[in-house]
Design a protein around this ligand. Sequence first.
Ligand SMILES: Cc1cc2nc3c(=O)[nH]c(=O)nc-3n(C[C@H](O)[C@H](O)[C@H](O)COP(=O)(O)O)c2cc1C
Length: 333
Amino acid sequence: MSEAFRIGPWRIPAPAVLAPMAGVTDRPFRILARQLGASLAASEMITSDTRLWNSRKSRQRMNHEGEPEPRVVQLAGADPEALAEAARRNVDLGAQIIDINMGCPAKKVCNRLCGSALLQDEPLVGRILESVVSAVQATGRGVPVTLKTRTGWDREHRNGVRVAQIAEASGIAALAIHGRTRADFYEGDAEYDTIRAIRETVRIPVLANGDITSPDKARVVLQYTGTAGVMVGRASHGTPWIFRDINGLLTQGVLPEPLSRAERRDIVLAHLQAIYAFHGEESGLRIARKHLGWYAKLLESAPDARARLMAEVSTSSQFACANELFGAWAQVH
Ligand SMILES: Cc1cc2nc3c(=O)[nH]c(=O)nc-3n(C[C@H](O)[C@H](O)[C@H](O)COP(=O)(O)O)c2cc1C
């Protein structure tokens, strides 16, 4: 098998992976992205507070049935012991790579220092990473731990290089770096200089993340940063086939033949069915709306298509409407 990089014992065959996105990268979307060429797809983040794991949402997030290996579970939290326990439990539940989120700017996941806010406290970063790595090692299952983070706390405190060194020293197996600081949220353009500096400093694989919107951009970012791979988030919304294009270009040097409209119609419809089966009627309808809002960009020649799709109030009528609209679209070459 070809190999772009390794994460612990896992050979990752191609450079482009799906970014974890809460509310988007549920099991159906992860499976779809993997089928369409993403070489890894992490779960939506799971809180390290195990008291919250009884909610339907948390249970859904920990469901990996039918997912291709390696199954990546992302954890968020701030307490080294709680994160270690959460990691152990997820390894028991089948996680094959544990990813720690220090990249999320939201306060929602826990009320205190968490996600990228942790970057302010480098000693705590070290304690968290060591605690999780040793807990996971103690399971004896050879599960590697990875870290997803940003370039720093704010533009005056771009401590991404130091955090990466701490991570490597703590036994972290790979890093994904979003080229923004926490203070940037999602604003401005991602910068790749800090990612390059991190890649030059550590020996573990680094994935460049942020604003990778096309196969060409992926190639440019990979060349500039020298990283082992790229992580793609928002550009996969409504275009999950972007992974076959990016990985095709990066591994073969040429873009694969574009998918036909009929093939893309089939992907959209199968995705809807997978969402309904996984989430049920109520959540399925709502979550499918989000994806249909993105897929509707394909239907630019039918200006009322989006509004029609959004107006449907059951999964069966939503599916029938999508079937009609994307079916008509697929007839045109
Ligand atoms: C809707 C949404 C949800 C996200 N949720 C997570 C998450 O759960 N964990 C995480 O590490 N990053 C999360 N992120 C950040 C992405 O993984 C990624 O770092 C960011 O979107 C930049 O990459 P992009 O420009 O390719 O989208 C989220 C981003 C979006 C847009």
